[in-house]
Design a protein around this ligand. Structure first.
Ligand code: TXA
Ligand code: MG
Length: 522
């Protein structure tokens, strides 16, 4: 099929209207994103939309109108809340869902008994709907799964040869799709955030809920409130990960990565390749530029992209909602002091993993060394220890480690008392030294409750026999003593259950295991 590229001139609009009326497909600009329009009342025409987009047939379409009075015939009843929203907002980047009337066919509604209706502000869009003389079903004019098109050229990329015509009406004003609110439930619920924010809606109809899937994604078992929620979305070809942290943390992070692209704000100072999506404090600019940026990343051949986390308030909620889907919900959290908490059984080979991570550019903090420094330096800890264990644990202004061990490891309760003093001071000292990507190497990570301060936890485990041999050799102790040390630790099942990743040191390639973990988390 040859696709006509039309202008927004009167003749072309009339032609576009005619094509739609006669059962064809026309892409046209709206204030949100470009739409792919067909006569909503013509089931065969609507089927062509699904085919052109490659869209699953259970994902319903939004019906677009050009006049407020065209709303009522599409729904069973215009509820009081709907009336208020229409009065306050239409035309707007806002879609309202209600029970459908009998003129809405199952193809448009994806088999649901509700229908989504919107009246766009964009004048070209309304002129096309007027010219068609019918309600116009129009999803975003992209291939299913790709970012919605905010410029005519992206519609041409996706739809050329598949539809009758494309109207080039310039860039879209908002850049993210309309807010979708359903009034078909007891409580009005936002199914997709957009430029009409929760606050704006609540000012008109009172409390509005936000569907959990908007910010959290969906559990496998969960049923979608909106079919669109369950499909893969806005995906660039590159692997995209969101980085949560301050501007400085983000900059340091991306600058330390090789061959990566930054999807960042204009003011971010990064020295890798970058594509910007708006300014940090201007959520409208982020919305306007996000999909364009995602497409530019693909054009630039990006393979790995680190995106700066947007603020989630106002229109930022819409930006965040699109970005986490583009990132398949992968977020690196740099707000935790430690990137990796490394722990595991004594003698399992944690030391080797530390060395490798250090070579790969991580700051590795050895908690045992911090304990040692703490005892040597004295100060605050001396008072606490003498209060608990008596004056004999201090010698020449430092902790007498042998005496302390004798007293504190006499029984479980004493050991706990010691840990309650030492752990918080050690973790605080490590936290003060955390810099860039940091590994906290801590045999007692969980006991010290430092696991909560780590973005990801890796445990290094090994078969008992191997550990026993290693400990005896390393520390020059008897089998019995080594066994005692091993028994004092948490068991394998605990480590497995509380770690994000486990490295097993039993002859399997350790470097391979480390690399695949880093691949997964960074
Ligand atoms: O801004 C927009 O809304 C753009 C422009 C072209 O108007 N259109 C758009 O349509 O984004 P589309 O099809 O890409 O997204 C419509 C979303 C889908 O997630 C769909 O599942 C949901 O709205 N939806 C449509 N009808 C629904 C219904 N009856 N119940 C629940 N969700 C519905
Ligand atoms: Mg879409």
């Amino acid at each position: 099929m040859k696709t006509k590229i039309l202008t927004a001139g009167a003749e072309d609009i009339a032609l576009a209207g005619r094509i739609i009326k006669e059962g064809g497909l026309v892409a046209f600009p709206t204030e949100t994103v470009y739409g792919l329009g067909a006569n909503a009342l013509d089931e065969n025409a609507v089927k062509k939309i699904y085919a052109a987009k490659g869209r699953p047939c259970d994902n319903p379409l939004i019906v677009h109108i050009s006049k407020k009075e065209d709303f009522a015939p599409l729904v069973k009843e215009v509820t009081p809340s709907a009336e208020k929203l229409i009065d306050a907002f239409f035309p707007a980047p806002l879609t309202i869902i209600l029970e459908k009337s009998e003129i809405i066919n199952d193809t448009v509604s994806g088999g649901l008994n509700t229908v989504a209706v919107r009246m766009p502000t964009n004048e070209i869009a309304r002129a096309v709907i007027d010219a068609a003389g019918c309600p116009v079903a129009a999803p975003s004019a992209n291939t299913s799964g790709l970012p919605s098109p905010t410029k005519a050229k992206y519609v041409i990329d996706d739809m050329n040869g598949k539809i009758d015509a494309i109207i080039d009406g310039g860039d879209c004003e908002y850049g993210v799709e309309s807010t979708v609110i359903t009034l078909a439930y007891d409580v009005p619920t936002i199914l997709r955030p957009g430029a009409v924010t929760k606050e704006m809606l609540e000012a008109v109809i009172g409390y509005v809920e936000v569907a959990r899937a908007v910010t959290e994604g969906m559990a496998e078992s969960e049923e979608a409130q909106s079919p669109g929620m369950k499909y893969k979305h806005y995906s660039p070809r590159a692997k995209l990960v969101i980085v949560n942290g301050t501007k400085k943390q983000y900059e340091e992070f991306v600058n330390s990565r090789q061959n990566a692209f930054a999807l960042c704000f204009e003011e971010d100072e990064v020295n890798c390749k970058k594509v910007c999506y708006g300014r940090e404090t201007d959520d409208l600019s982020q919305a306007r530029e996000l999909f364009d940026a995602l497409r530019k990343l693909d054009e630039a051949g990006a393979e790995k992209v680190y995106a700066r986390m947007p603020h989630k308030t106002g229109v930022g909620m819409a930006v965040y909602n699109r970005l986490i889907r583009a990132a398949a919900f992968e977020i690196i959290d740099l707000t935790k002091p430690f990137t990796i908490g490394l722990t595991g059984q004594t003698g399992a080979g944690k030391g080797y993993v530390c060395e490798r991570l250090r070579e790969l550019g991580f700051t590795v903090l050895d908690s045992d060394l911090y304990v040692k420094k703490l005892y040597e330096k004295g100060g605050e800890i001396l008072e606490k220890l003498t209060a608990q264990f008596g004056e004999s644990v201090v010698k020449n202004g430092a902790v007498d480690r042998r005496e302390l061990a004798r007293l504190a490891f006499a029984d479980r309760e004493s050991a706990d008392r010691l840990n309650r003093i030492v752990h918080p001071l050690v973790i605080a000292a490590c936290e003060a030294d955390a810099k860039g990507l940091t590994v906290l190497d801590a045999p007692q990570l969980f006991e010290a409750k430092a696991d909560k301060k780590c973005y990801k936890i890796i445990s290094v485990l090994a078969p008992e026999k191997l550990r026993l041999e290693r400990i005896m050799k390393r520390d020059g102790i008897s089998e019995e003593q080594a066994g005692e040390r091993m028994n004092a630790q948490l068991d394998e099942d605990f480590f497995k259950a509380h770690s994000d990743f486990v490295i097993v040191n039993d002859g399997r390639d350790i470097n391979e295991q480390i690399n695949s973990i880093l691949e997964a988390i960074l």
